[in-house]
Design a protein around this ligand. Structure first.
Ligand code: ADP
Ligand code: MG
Length: 607
């Protein structure tokens, strides 16, 4: 293979970046990756979600002769990627089971004629002899493995189909192979490189930091009011609410619909058709909220997701990072909120205990304890997340997580802890959290009277605090192993060794409490001109126009223009096609296709 001389490549690269994609500059690592691929080198790149991985191979695909083959795990992902590429004038197509035979053979013909820049395929296709023969006959410029972590059993999303990719270097020995993923610990990285048999690859480990995301963990109050009050603040914006079980997804979605939210459920128990419809509605901005199990998200490239809420404990830090990573792909601010209570842990334990494979079980337990530590420690969330991927965070204060924003205060709760522990001792460790709280707050319930607990001297001793305070204290004492909770249907709280020290020796108990319920808007972290509140009405009109054009063409709105692009238009108000071209995300093809509509609207002052 003849490498493209770097000087020519460099000019051509920047020219194509601007002309095809409408971008002013490369994001971190993109230029180096494009150069490596243009020079014919294998590549391994971990870049966070929203980091701009697609451009890293789409740009060389445009510049190199022949077709770039892209292996991608999900049908929906392929379609959106192709829609996006085509909207920029790139000759792209996909091959998968959603096409009928005639369509498939048209795509194959285009491939063999060399009239495609990009071809997306599912991994299982590469195992088919027929397809492999065709690939050898076609002119393939490079092989790209997207979501490459799927090849590793150590990753969080192993797909056996991906294993067939290990033979790609035998099949197409003369072209570069490039692996991309958004999550890989060092262990997973090594595994991917070995399995794909990459040859002296150019390796990029981009920062995992997502500066435009803010992180917050809140004490979970069991009840719908907390979730609805959070969602009211995001009114009209798109976001995902993750829940663990199908039933809780259905319940939450129904509850939200009843309260007037535009919310739809998504989980593996729904029919294919319903799942597809709900996902489409979300992608096309026709519903605001998707309430989902972890089954949702991997196939979603929607760039304007403004919030991700974990209403239950995520499975691992890795999946938490991946799930929250779906927010703010467009680089605009987005919020990630986790609702956490120690009381959720037994439910997760229950599933883990049911696992048959010993190794799998201990891996799951380890992951659980790390997530719990993440949620309960008073340490910068960003620092902990990055640390998980072996990356250190240089600043003391990230400025956009609940811990760094000082939304917590440390309070001495030794006396309260002693009251609680003594209530446990006086009732012989035979009652659950709810009943203990009733005792401390002096409730007049039938159960209290039956057991004569209104005669205990701790009865009503904790009236000064609300029930929420006491539940949180129980959570905290569970976390620090001062008390334990039995398993089973009616778990009881009992005293542990650590609790004795508090009760007898007055060891200090400090808990962190939320001072204020909301992460203040983080200082604006996104690039591009700041949108002023005065531009908001124009932005909304541009958004409506985007939706109309997208519907006419049968593509998702973000394929027409991203939120970032619309914000820039609203702020800079371009008047001419040339001015329009300076807006990030407006390339030649989109200029020709859409600019007139947007210029008219802006020219008319949004009327
Ligand atoms: P990833 O696959 O890494 O999650 P994408 O390739 O989907 O990320 O890109 C995320 C968003 O960033 C897209 O909206 C894309 O158009 C945009 N983007 C990519 N590269 C650039 C760039 N150099 N300048 C501006 N926006 C970019
Ligand atoms: Mg991607």
């Amino acid at each position: 293979m003849t490498p493209i001389p770097t000087t020519i490549a460099s000019d051509a690269m920047h020219e194509a970046l601007h002309r095809v994609f409408g971008f002013r500059s490369f994001r971190p690592n993109q230029r180096e990756i494009v150069e490596a691929l243009l020079s014919g080198r294998d590549l391994f790149a971990v870049m966070p979600t929203g980091g701009g991985k697609s451009l890293c191979y789409q740009l060389p695909a445009v510049l190199l002769p022949g077709t770039a083959l892209v292996v991608s795990p999900l049908i929906s992902l392929m379609k959106d990627q192709v829609d996006g590429a085509v909207s920029n004038g790139i000759k792209a197509a996909f091959l998968n089971s959603s096409l009928d035979p005639a369509e498939q053979s048209r795509v194959m013909q285009a491939l063999l004629l060399g009239s495609l820049d990009l071809l997306y395929v599912a991994p299982e296709r590469l195992a088919l002899d027929y397809f492999r023969d065709q690939l050898i006959r076609a002119s393939i410029s490079m092989a790209v493995i997207d979501e490459a972590h799927c090849i590793s059993e150590w990753g969080h999303d192993f797909r056996p189909d991906y294993l067939s990719l290990s033979s790609i270097v035998d099949l197409l020995p003369d072209i570069p192979v490039a692996a991309f993923t958004a999550t890989a610990t060092h262990l997973v990285q090594r595994d991917i490189m070995v399995k794909l048999r990459l040859r002296d690859p150019f390796v990029v480990r981009a920062s995992f930091d997502r500066p435009n995301l803010s992180y917050e963990v809140r004490f979970k109050e069991h009840g719908d009011a907390q979730l609805t009050s959070i969602l009211r603040k995001f009114s009209g914006q798109a976001g995902i609410v993750y829940r663990t079980s199908r039933k809780s997804v259905n319940d939450t979605a129904a509850m939200l619909q009843k309260k007037g939210f535009r919310a739809l459920p998504y989980h593996a128990g729904l029919s294919d058709q319903e799942r597809q419809e709900n996902q489409e509605a979300f992608i096309r901005d026709e519903t605001d909220i998707i309430v989902a199990t972890v089954a949702f998200g991997m196939g979603i490239d929607k760039s304007n997701v403004r919030f991700v809420i974990h209403a239950d404990l995520p499975k691992s830090i890795e999946s938490y990072y991946q799930e929250t990573g779906r927010a703010g792909r467009d680089g605009e601010e987005a919020q990630c909120i986790m609702l956490f209570s120690q009381a959720d842990i037994p439910k997760v334990r229950f599933f883990i205990d049911a696992m048959l494979d010993q190794e799998e079980r201990s891996r799951a337990l380890d992951a659980l304890s790390k997530v719990v530590a993440f949620a309960s420690a008073n340490v910068c969330r960003r620092k902990t997340l990055l640390g998980h991927f072996g990356q250190s965070y240089p600043k003391d204060n990230c400025g956009s997580c609940d811990v760094c924003l000082g939304l917590h205060e440390v309070v001495d709760c030794t006396t309260e802890a002693q009251m609680l522990l003594s209530a446990i001792v006086r009732t012989d460790s035979r009652f659950g959290a709810a009943h203990l709280v009733e005792i401390l707050t002096g409730s007049d319930t039938k159960k209290i009277r039956e057991f004569g607990h209104d005669r205990l001297n701790v009865f009503g001793a904790g009236k000064g605090h609300g029930k929420k305070f006491w539940r949180q204290l129980i959570d905290d004492l569970l976390a620090r192993k001062a008390i334990g909770r039995s398993e089973g249907l009616y778990p009881v709280i009992y005293l542990l060794e650590g609790g004795v020290g508090i009760l007898k020796n007055g060891e200090r108990v400090e808990i962190t409490r939320v001072v204020e319920q909301k992460v203040e808007k983080p200082s604006r972290k996104s690039a591009g001109p700041a949108a002023s509140p005065a531009d908001a009405p124009l932005f909304e009109k541009l958004r409506a126009l985007r939706k109309r054009l997208a519907d006419e063409q049968g593509v998702p709105p973000y394929v027409v223009f991203s939120d970032r692009t619309l914000h820039e238009m609203a702020a800079l108000k371009p008047r001419t096609p040339d001015e329009m071209l300076t807006i990030s995300g407006v390339g030649e093809v989109k200029l020709a296709r859409y600019a007139a509509h947007f210029l008219d609207l802006i020219g008319a002052g949004g009327k």
